[in-house]
Write a protein that binds this ligand. Structure first.
Ligand SMILES: Nc1ncnc2c1ncn2[C@@H]1O[C@H](COP(=O)(O)OP(=O)(O)OP(=O)(O)O)[C@@H](O)[C@H]1O
Ligand SMILES: CC(C)(CO)[C@@H](O)C(=O)[O-]
Ligand code: BAL
Length: 363
């Protein structure tokens, strides 16, 4: 035992960082000092732990504050419906002044889960979300298509409220076009597929989308990939006019049957809707087919398979470079390849569009 006391005494006096001790310390004192040193170490470790927990709790508390803001402010703030450009401009002014991000979801109403996916994303990514609901006459090349286009503003409002959109912008035609819009947007390379089949359509889309961009000045604008060519045209317009907006393409939302959701689907009978689901089923089968077959044979396969159904008529099915929208002859011609289709379905008939990605080596 005296040996141990001696050793402890030596240790206490030689280690530079040990607390100073009385030279004549006895065994009891040394053991006590030892225990105190251990306890001191444990205490500082404990303090460190407490500090870490406190820091974590602090982060958690800040998260909870944000979450409660979202629950109490975001979720209970009632969506407002505006119909004039002046009202919308005034409503957005405080957000703009405070440098808040503004999300815009342009729609033509008759909203469904496809639109909802765009709105949900916009609400999640921006401080304020504007959803426009406007059946734009300048993009309809067929007056019957315009008059039969489904409209249901009350149902749209109810859906948007559940999605926590902030502003529903539902202007009249006069508010948007107080005088005829004579602007032309000419992007010759985009004059493929829908371009020649719906003359003036994309010019009308550019007119309304550019007006909405000018009014809302969104940070981000959300478009569905169902309208694959529309995104490319809007991108060309944004580059052309050098608009400071980020375009956010959103994936296609489908029914369980595979049919791409579309406002015009409401014009189909139940049987026609079942028939329309063959479009995506065939596109999916063609994915497998395309692995071993040429572009031309894949195109023929899809067109013939769909035309074989009584009640379906393919207007076009093109396999294109997803970036340039130019048709390709060989799979190796583009890194990212898309198949775009338009089909007439049923008695009326209803014109439906869809598309599928064949290869994307650009990812
Ligand atoms: N199924 C869908 N999945 C994802 N986005 C969609 C879907 N359907 C429409 N969208 C997108 O919603 C936006 C508004 O589209 P729109 O109001 O024209 O509805 P729609 O369903 O495309 O109607 P229709 O094609 O019958 O005119 C567009 O950007 C469109 O691409
Ligand atoms: C972008 C759009 C809302 C412009 O009217 C329309 O073309 C649509 O809904 O896809
Ligand atoms: N979403 C497409 C709009 C149109 O067909 O006019």
């Amino acid at each position: 035992m005296p040996k141990l006391v001696h050793t402890i005494g030596k240790l206490q006096n030689t280690k530079p960082n040990l607390p100073p001790t009385k030279p004549d310390c006895n065994k009891k004192q040394s053991v006590f000092l030892c225990l105190r040193m251990i306890a001191n170490g444990a205490a500082s470790k404990f303090e460190l732990r407490l500090l870490r927990i406190w820091k974590k709790a602090h982060i958690l508390r800040r998260l909870l504050v944000k979450l409660s803001y979202f629950c109490t402010v975001k979720k209970t703030t009632k969506m407002i419906t505006l119909t004039t450009i002046d009202d919308l401009t005034a409503a957005l002014a405080p957000y703009r002044q405070a440098n808040k991000s503004i999300g815009l979801v342009p729609t033509m109403g008759a909203l469904h889960a496809g639109h909802a996916s765009l709105v949900e994303r916009a609400v999640g990514e921006n401080d304020v979300t504007v959803v426009s609901d406007f059946v734009n006459p300048t993009q309809f090349n067929d007056p019957k298509d315009f008059s039969s286009y489904p409209r249901d503003l009350d149902a749209d409002r109810a859906l948007l409220e559940t999605l926590h959109a902030d502003i529903l912008f539902a202007p009249t035609v006069e508010a948007i076009y107080p005088e005829p819009d004579t602007r032309t947007f000419d992007y010759p390379e985009m004059n493929v597929m829908e371009g020649p089949r719906r003359p003036g359509h994309f010019n009308g889309v550019c007119r309304i989308v550019s007006k909405l961009f000018q009014i809302v000045q969104p940070t981000r604008a959300y478009f569905g990939e169902k309208d694959f060519q529309q995104i490319a045209v809007v991108r060309a317009m944004v580059n052309d006019l050098q608009l400071p907006v980020t375009l956010c393409p959103c994936p296609i939302v489908r029914e369980a049957s595979g049919l791409a959701l579309s406002s015009r689907n409401s014009l189909l009978t139940d049987d026609e809707r079942r028939l329309a689901s063959e479009i995506y089923k065939t596109l999916k089968v063609s994915l497998e087919f395309s692995q071993t077959q040429s572009v031309a044979d894949t195109q023929a396969f899809v067109t013939e398979a769909l035309n074989a159904f009584d009640g379906l008529e393919v207007e076009y099915f093109e396999i294109v470079d997803a970036q340039t929208l130019q048709p390709i002859k060989d799979w190796s011609e583009a890194e990212n390849v898309q198949g775009c289709i338009t089909v007439y379905c049923g008695q009326r008939p209803v014109r439906l569009i869809d598309n599928i990605n064949y290869r994307n080596h650009a990812r």
